[in-house]
Design a protein around this ligand. Structure first.
Ligand code: G3P
Ligand code: CA
Length: 369
């Protein structure tokens, strides 16, 4: 699986020089050196457009679609267990009813968390936080952990920190695991308990001041958090630039409409929290640019390998334009075989193989959706 932090997206009309107007932070400077953009992709509640939110099926879907992270919501049961669910009641996303804080872990574990989404997911369970950490700790995907309504669960910050420590996930590890909340006091509390973990402040319309993310907010948030993740409608280019001036990284939520992707990337955001990680899977033409970028970065791709791989991608792109799913999948499988041969013949490096192979798999998954 490709390293979880990098993604390249070609936007042909995107040529901007922020530096004329704003001092560049390291984040924005690295992103605009040419027309290949690195954008972090976060599967909201997993790949929740395709599987029941906040379940293992949804998190696996985010892995399959090559997301860099999946996001989840943590809450606490009556008997003090951490479970994954968005709403504070089980009513919408299970066949049960009642508040999470009034139900025991065992009671919640009996519920069906899949059928409401589609009968094919019948029997999907509400995952515990433990279970998720166990399953994905060593996977090549990060986890964006939201403390959901922590004011309802006194002590949840310590519990989450303890679970992360127990799993040796309390070091930043290149920001692979991040804790965020709309409740900024809770984020500060968590930061004091576990300063080694990166944290994020979520900003909805309720947290903003008259629809504005002010410099005062940014100054305060930057003293305890690395990330500020706002509702997409609170952002414009000026706000994103101000966020970067405070050395904060910004991942807006929740993108459900593909049109928003380009708009937000044009603003200079660092990541996109989306129900549809496939929106950011590069198409075959973009994969050709990725090959050029890898060569520029000094990665091994022999001349013949470069020619053959790009030629193959040209024909895949032709079938993409025709929306010929069978042919796209067939030729992407051919592309994977070509990668294998070139790896065996040492015409491409292991890193190139792994990046392109993962992109190829993700592209196939996208066409299978
Ligand atoms: O991570 C951002 C997003 O999850 C915040 O909104 O309501 O989906 O938890 P919500
Ligand atoms: Ca959430």
């Amino acid at each position: 699986m490709r390293k979880f932090l990098s993604r390249f997206l070609v936007l042909s009309v995107f040529v901007v020089s922020f530096s004329i107007f704003f001092p560049l932070t390291s984040v924005s400077a690295s992103k605009n050196s040419n027309n290949l953009i690195e954008t972090t992709v976060i599967g909201h509640r997993g790949g929740s457009a395709h599987a029941p939110e906040n379940t293992i099926a949804a998190f696996d879907k985010a892995v399959e679609l090559n997301a860099d992270y999946f996001e989840l919501d943590v809450q606490m049961t009556k008997d003090g267990e951490l479970i994954i669910m968005h709403d504070t009641t089980v009513d919408r996303t299970t066949d049960g009813s009642g508040k999470i804080k009034d139900l025991t872990f065992e009671e919640i574990k009996q519920l069906d968390a899949g059928s409401w989404f589609d009968p094919s997911f019948a029997g999907e369970k509400v995952p515990s936080f433990e279970e998720v950490l166990d399953r994905y700790r060593d996977e090549d995907i990060g986890i964006l952990i939201e403390l959901k309504d922590p004011e309802l669960y006194p002590g949840i910050e310590q519990k989450v920190a303890d679970a992360l420590i127990e799993h040796n996930m309390d070091e930043s590890n290149n920001d692979k695991w991040i804790v965020q909340s709309f409740n900024w006091e809770s984020v500060q509390k968590f930061h004091e308990i576990l300063p080694s973990m990166p944290t994020g402040a979520l900003v909805g319309h309720g947290e903003a001041e008259d629809g504005e993310i002010t410099n005062e907010m940014l100054e305060s948030i930057s003293s305890y958090a690395k990330y500020i993740n706002p509702n997409k409608s609170l952002l414009d280019k000026n706000t994103v630039d101000r966020i970067h001036q405070y050395n904060l990284t910004t991942w807006p939520y929740t993108i459900k409409d593909e049109e928003w992707v380009d708009r937000l990337i044009d603003m200079g955001v660092d990541g996109i929290i989306t129900d549809n990680p496939e929106f950011l899977i590069p198409n075959a033409k973009q994969m050709k640019s990725l090959i050029d970028k890898l060569i520029k970065e000094g990665e091994l791709i022999g001349e013949k390998a470069k020619h053959d791989l790009k030629l193959h991608l040209t024909s895949v792109h032709h079938y993409e334009k025709e929306e010929n799913t069978d042919k796209v999948i067939k030729h992407m499988n051919g592309f994977k075989s070509l990668l294998e041969q070139n790896k065996e013949n040492k015409q491409i490096s292991d890193k190139v193989y792994s990046i392109l192979y993962d992109h190829a798999n993700a592209l196939i998954q996208k066409w299978k959706l």
